[in-house]
Design a protein around this ligand. Structure first.
Ligand SMILES: Nc1ncnc2c1ncn2[C@@H]1O[C@H](COP(=O)(O)OP(=O)(O)OP(=O)(O)O)[C@@H](O)[C@H]1O
Length: 246
């Protein structure tokens, strides 16, 4: 494992589906202890980009390194150091929160203790609840806890707080701050510009598969002649937040 390099490095990634290019030359670097926000309208290519970074999807072009490892070639090693927020539908609905966490804990050499994980995502007291009995927001928080079980050095959080109530959202924000404090590299995919401003050291704005702006939230806003990220998003992409790509 090479720790002198950025924790996550993606160079010139490209992906087409049936001849249509949806990611077109995306390069991203995330240092240890850094939170990078990936912003873009629906269909801009964010999920495809993070899927290539996590190794779930093979890029047509370009390369990815996570702590110097190649996610597809070094799959087993990368799984130990990269935490990815899961889609909750992948989880066994009849298992309890505690059972699911313990199952994931068994995959890692030094997993976080169960109470720490429950506290991180605000699920204290829910250890014995079956997954299927949790609310949508609680299921989402459990999927975040499972991404953090193995003390990952790099974390991908896709729509961290979408659908969460204001208190849960704030808790997730402190969880991200804790991860940064632990030296993890965090890639945060978000539509919430206020969240990006509050949490991200840098943001990359994606439009139609290309990065159209990158820098600190304040720097991106200033370069676009905008007062904040939401206005910058509109100026740079011609879309309001949440609007679809053509
Ligand atoms: N498996 C697939 N087959 C064909 N087209 C796909 C596939 N996955 C994604 N696409 C298309 O690629 C484009 C980019 O999708 P992607 O999910 O990466 O965007 P996104 O920025 O994550 O959007 P959202 O904010 O809606 O999640 C979209 O036009 C989408 O329809």
């Amino acid at each position: 494992m090479d720790t002198s390099q950025p924790a996550v490095s993606a160079v010139n990634l490209a992906k087409s589906y049936r001849g249509r290019t949806v990611v077109d030359g995306v390069s991203l670097q995330i240092g240890q202890g850094e939170v990078l926000g990936l912003l873009g309208a629906n269909g801009a290519g964010k999920t495809t980009t993070v899927e290539m970074i996590s190794g779930v999807r093979r890029p047509d072009r370009g390369s990815v390194r996570v702590l110097g490892l190649e996610p597809r070639a070094d799959r087993a090693m990368v799984r130990r150091i990269l935490g990815v927020q899961l889609q909750e539908s992948c989880l066994h609905h009849a298992l309890t929160v505690g059972e699911l966490i313990n199952l994931y804990r068994s995959f890692y050499p030094q997993p976080r203790p169960v109470p720490e994980l429950l506290a991180l995502v605000g699920l204290d007291g829910h250890e014995k609840a079956r997954f299927e009995s949790l609310s949508g927001g609680q299921q989402q928080r459990l999927s975040i806890a499972l991404a953090l079980v193995g003390r990952p050095r790099a974390v991908i959080l896709d729509e961290l707080t979408t659908g969460l109530d204001p208190m849960a959202r704030r808790r997730m924000w402190s969880t991200v701050e804790q991860l940064r404090g632990e030296g993890a590299a965090v890639l945060l995919v978000t539509h919430a510009m206020q969240e990006a401003e509050a949490l991200c050291d840098r943001v990359a704005m994606l439009d139609a598969g290309r990065i159209v702006a990158e820098g600190t939230p304040a720097g991106v806003a200033a370069a676009a002649g905008a007062g904040n990220l939401e206005e910058a998003f509109l100026a740079l992409t011609g879309k309001t937040v949440g609007e679809e790509e053509e």
